[in-house]
Design a protein around this ligand. Structure first.
Ligand code: SF4
Length: 487
């Protein structure tokens, strides 16, 4: 767990005989101290450890939120369990697609059975899904064994909710319509000791017509640059070598700050932090990717040679209906500018196929962009209606059979360009960060290149977390087998 010394000091100074302070983060420090006190007493009473499990659905933002939840649970004295059969179980949910909700409800049903056999078990549901009233009503009606429901805007109060849940029975519901502040300095766990994500913005102002995020994550809020830099410095001091700056639209970072700071300026500052070897960011919106950002990436070798630039569609007509604010030609011109200025960069993308009103002529345009840009990889999704978004109400929804035919066409084009781009790198020696022992064959280590591609190399666990020079011997489509030439 990353130790935030300031917050640790606050906890150590807490007097639990005084009422909880009104100010943050002092208030959360008080509740965390109280939760730790309760957990210690319960462990003693039970004669065993108390365990937690956090199940995360969805995107990188949710993964980062889960690290914050885990940081609190660990600091309170819980140990991580290998399964959902745990004393404190949290579902951190996603609602980007309707079927994501159904998956969570399925898991919740099974958790109810676990709870019957585990006296004192507590179950919490948080994240984007519970920002929607209908989902909370469904949990209240059909999953009455749930102890805590809290939303995305008040995650910083988790220590308080944890404490209240441990001390009371019945369902506690804490959902806010909007965020009132960004609270800094709370503890967070890290999945990897050598790499980490850091939020730079929360929420989104873009309202793409298919997307629920602005409704459940709220309007865009930027963290102050000094808070982000302090966190990055602390991570580097802790041994982290790679940082991913996270936001729904990183390019609009800083526009809402009292003293504006652009994303390009922030990137430059992060590059100056000693100890950090690689910096990534996710996700830039094509309409806002500035020349300054391209220049900063070009001029700073620490910034990964990878830009994920969501296209969504190559058809001007569909882009307009998606409310994306760029045209096919503008997107292509931007991608070509990036490639011209940063020659070894990889460009990856997201594509939605089967958006309302989309037909084969639109798909021709999308394929044309795929081939012209030559994406290094693309996540291709079949459009599915997301209740609560404008696109869900559009009358001309595409039949499933047409969607799947169009999807196959796009996928084939993506695979062709991606394989061609990867093949091109065979034989080169590149820097790769060793991330983990290969899950299929423990004689190999899986490492990530600056361009975000994976390479598997013979090795041992001692290499994990190190930057390696790797020769890319054998291209297998989207990944490589290679050899370490220098550690
Ligand atoms: S930019 Fe569009 S797709 Fe991305 S989170 Fe915002 S509304 Fe959703």
């Amino acid at each position: 767990m990353m130790k935030t010394n300031y917050f640790e000091n606050l906890i150590n100074e807490i007097d639990l005989n005084s009422p909880p302070p009104e100010n943050e983060p002092q208030r959360q420090a008080w509740y965390l101290a109280r939760a730790a006190h309760l957990v210690t007493a319960r462990k003693k009473e039970a004669g065993r450890d108390l365990t937690f499990r956090v199940e995360t659905f969805g995107c990188q933002m949710n993964a980062r939120d889960s690290e914050k939840i885990i940081g609190i649970l660990e600091r309170a004295g819980f140990s991580e369990a290998a399964s959902e059969d745990a004393d404190f179980l949290v579902y951190n949910t996603c609602t980007v697609r309707d079927n994501a909700d159904q998956r969570v409800f399925g898991r919740l049903g099974r958790a109810g059975h676990l709870k019957r056999n585990r006296p004192g078990m507590k179950i919490a549901v948080c994240g984007c899904m519970v920002q929607e009233k209908t989902n909370v009503e469904k949990i209240q009606k059909s999953y009455r064994f749930v102890d805590l429901i809290f939303g995305t805007h008040n995650l910083y109060r988790f220590a308080e909710y944890l404490c209240n849940t441990l001390e009371s029975e019945g369902m506690q519901i804490e959902i806010w319509d909007r965020a009132d502040r960004i609270v800094e300095a709370l503890p967070a766990a890290r999945k990897y000791s050598f790499k980490s994500g850091t939020n730079i913005t929360f929420g989104c102002n873009n309202f793409c017509s298919y997307c629920i995020v602005p409704y459940v994550r709220g309007r865009e809020r930027s963290r102050a640059p000094q808070d982000i830099l302090r966190e990055c410095e602390q991570l580097a001091a802790d041994g982290v070598v790679e940082i991913m700056l996270l936001g729904q639209n990183v390019n609009s970072y800083g526009k809402d700050l009292e003293t504006p700071c652009s994303f390009a300026q922030l990137l430059e500052e992060v590059c100056r932090i000693e100890g950090l070897k690689r910096i990534r960011f996710m996700t830039p919106h094509p309409k806002d990717l500035s020349d300054d950002v391209i220049r900063v990436v070009r001029d700073n070798a620490k910034i990964a040679r990878h830009i994920h630039l969501p296209l969504q569609s190559g058809s001007d007509r569909i882009l307009k209906r998606m409310n994306r604010h760029y045209t096919k030609d503008q997107y292509i011109a931007l991608a070509q500018k990036i490639r011209a200025q940063i020659p070894d960069v990889s460009i990856t993308t997201d594509i939605i196929v089967g958006f309302p009103g989309e037909n084969d002529v639109d798909i021709d345009d999308t394929i044309d962009v795929v081939r012209t840009v030559g994406f290094d990889n693309a996540f291709t999704f079949i459009y599915s209606k997301r209740a609560g978004t404008p696109a869900a109400k559009m009358p001309d929804q595409v039949p499933e059979a047409d969607k799947s035919r169009m999807f196959d066409r796009v996928l084939q084009a993506v695979q062709e360009t991606a394989h061609g781009r990867a093949q091109h790198l065979t034989g080169r020696t590149m820097e790769a960060l060793a991330e983990e022992v290969n899950v299929k064959d423990s004689r190999y280590i899986t490492a990530r290149l600056s361009n975000n591609m994976l390479v598997h190399v013979p090795g041992d666990p001692s290499m994990v977390g190190k930057m390696l020079q790797v020769r890319l011997d054998d291209c297998r489509g989207f990944y490589f087998f290679g050899t370490v030439v220098e550690k």
